[in-house]
Design a protein around this ligand. Structure first.
Ligand SMILES: Cc1cc2nc3c(=O)[nH]c(=O)nc-3n(C[C@H](O)[C@H](O)[C@H](O)COP(=O)(O)OP(=O)(O)OC[C@H]3O[C@@H](n4cnc5c(N)ncnc54)[C@H](O)[C@@H]3O)c2cc1C
Length: 286
């Protein structure tokens, strides 16, 4: 349990989150900038960035420049994947059993461009989960599946295997391997999640597989799965021009608010959300 109460918690380690943290610093607001990883693949892996002002180079060059600016401006980053954002006065953001508190929150968690599996959203909270640490223990002794977007989630799958009798890991990357013997690797994307009141089976290329739950382990979970009651249009958070959402004190920026998925738009929205959080704190929380 962390006792610090921040003015703003920024969730998401990409360019939107970074710009929000940088702007909050210039506004002299205390800020916890939290992200699953610093900058992340979408920044570091760009082959060539053609459309960010004053930048000539690839994603590595971009992130190196950001890192240099971060150091120069004394911006700190806290690594952690948020698994819950709870509205209140103050807000609570959880990372496993760690709780962070902030008077306002900026959500900048990006978007998962790979399409959802049919039925994935319908069974959210009824056997579909995006968080191994939060829900793994619910499946003690059961057979479950995990749809694993990258090697980065290997530990989460192993964690699930510590509870479940068997984990069918549908790995969307090549050469997946795990330590636990009760993890069965499949190299395909399942076609659908099906069931009645709860998840009962996963439809794959080889037929139906009986499972009690399915974990989707990916960089950006749908925002509504993170913050209950958050209004969305598809997977995009519904925002006003100032980045505000339907939850007072919760702002959103970057790809998470919808297209176009571009750095400049994400950075611009990070700045706008930071100013809006600042105004919110000036008005509502003097
Ligand atoms: C290969 C590639 C090349 C691209 N090239 C260009 C280009 O040249 N020009 C351009 O304008 N755009 C480009 N884009 C698009 C650009 O990457 C995105 O628009 C931009 O990164 C969006 O920034 P963001 O901060 O909103 O989201 P992201 O960059 O996706 O950052 C969000 C971060 O939040 C983290 N996160 C997610 N969930 C949580 C959580 N629960 N808790 C904590 N952290 C979390 C993720 O790990 C991620 O690092 C490219 C994208 C790709 C994939």
């Amino acid at each position: 349990m962390k006792n610090t109460l921040y003015d703003v918690i920024v969730v998401g380690g990409g360019i939107a989150g970074y710009t929000a943290a940088l702007t909050l610093k210039s506004l002299k607001r205390s800020c916890l900038w939290l992200g699953a990883e610093l900058f992340g693949d979408k920044l570091t892996r760009a082959e060539y960035v053609r459309n960010f002002p004053a930048l000539i180079g690839d994603g590595k060059e971009f992130s190196a420049r950001l890192a240099a600016q971060m150091e120069h401006e004394d911006i700190s980053f806290t690594q952690g994947r948020a698994d819950g954002i709870y509205a209140g006065d103050p807000f609570t953001v959880t990372v496993g059993d760690i709780m962070y508190q902030g008077k306002a929150v900026i959500l900048a968690t990006g978007v998962e461009t790979a399409g959802a599996v049919k039925g994935e959203r319908d069974f959210l909270g009824r056997g579909v989960s995006y968080c191994a640490v939060c829900d793994g223990a619910l499946y003690r002794g059961k057979t479950i599946a995990a749809v694993v977007s990258s090697e980065k989630f290997r530990e989460e799958v192993e964690y699930l295997a510590g509870f479940a009798e068997k984990v069918h890991a549908f790995c969307l990357y090549k050469n997946a391997s795990f330590r636990s013997e009760n993890i069965i690797v499949h190299e395909e994307k399942p076609r659908a999640v099906e069931g009645g009141l709860r998840v009962e089976r996963l439809i794959t290329g080889e037929g139906a597989l009986s499972v009690s739950g399915v974990f989707f382990l990916k960089n950006s979970a749908p925002p509504a799965a993170l913050a209950g009651g958050l209004e969305t249009e598809g997977d995009a958070v519904k925002t006003a021009r100032d980045g505000s959402t339907n939850i007072a004190g919760l702002f959103a920026a970057g790809d998470v608010t919808g297209r176009p998925y571009q750095y400049v738009k994400a950075a611009g929205e990070g700045l706008v959300a930071a100013y809006s959080a600042h105004a919110f704190l000036n008005g509502a929380r003097k």
